[in-house]
Design a protein around this ligand. Sequence first.
Ligand code: GAL
Length: 429
Amino acid sequence: MKYKIPKSLLMGAATAATQIEGGDYNNNWYQWSQMGMIDNNESSIVACDHWNRVEEDIELMKSLSLETYRMSIEWSRIEPKNGEWSEEGIKHYIDEIDMLISAGIKPLVTLHHFSSPIWIQDIDAWANKKTVDYFVRFVEKVVTFLGERVNEYCTINEPNVFVNDTYMDGKYPGGEKGNIIKYFKASKNMIKAHVLCYDLIHKLRKDLGFDDTLVGVVPHLAYFDLNTKRPFFKLTKKFINQSFHGIFLKGMIEGRLTFPFMGRVAKKGIYSDFIGVNYYTRSMISPGKDIGMLFGDVHYKKNLPEDKKTDLEWEIYPEGLSSVIEELYNKYKLPIYITENGIANADDSKRISFIRSHLIEVIKLIESGVDVRRYYYWSLLDNLEWNDGYGPRFGLIHVDYNTLERTIQESGHYFKNLIESREIEIDEE
Ligand code: GAL
């Protein structure tokens, strides 16, 4: 059986600056690694050395026939100290984006992907409302210097994971365990920052004469399923969905603050031109003891057969991707960009079937009328998986961390072939 990948679905891969670039001493993840907070005492300082290998990596993207590339700009490379702009950093990103455009690869730029400059960390980062103004100033700078080169921006990557991993689990820089006050302060600040940047980016580009600007939100979308039939837990699931998704979707898309906040952050309107979907797996909710989770315990499905799980023990659950997208699309009717979808799989044995099964879900959605316009595989290269270090390997391209040599995986060749043939073939059962 054959599935057609429509031309309207642009295919690409995604990365984030801190995870691949290396060489930056001014961001808070470097500081965090110096504090021994990354598994095996690993550090972001070399990563994939992408900063020095941009040309080589764009050649690799070309050889994979990528149509688009989602990348992020490292704030500390542009503004290493408060109010001091780095001409070197600015030039680097302009050159990188020019190279992408010349290679026929459309850039999608993320303005905040988990990391901040150390000077921002020093003022308590997103828990401090001053960070909103500083971020807006940084965004103004970036959008102005990128000018006509980039018309599509993601503001803040996965604010829901960011606040959870920083202020609940304490795994990210400045992290604290169970600091609910900071959790909510940072959430509100990120929502405000998104809405302000939405208007700002549109205005800046309009003043430059462009009316093709698209600015989107990029939440992490978990597919929650109940592991119990007890009726009370339906409420638990609703509550968890609201805390993890609702607050951010309503806040960032509608400018509306919902429980436990009150009021609005902006006048009535829609503050997103597309919805970025970062989807990886299904999460189960079992009865638990945590009152903060309304007695729910969120965990990955246990005792999964080998072929149903990734190296990080995440369940491979493609149906979840279509469920979360359908729900969002029915509610907002906004174009969908799948901004991240991928698998940690060091030996590459499951990546082809992972990509195939998730893309088939996407094709079925498109055929049923859902406006899905992008698919970005996470990730182009193996990279620093935040506090999990270099163990998990998500790349279409393998990176040897001793020699920094890149090797396209079999799945990378498969992905290239999909993009070129625009067809997925599966054996009839
Ligand atoms: C996302 C994150 C990425 C990447 C990915 C794989 O939450 O945005 O940076 O690490 O997960 O786990």
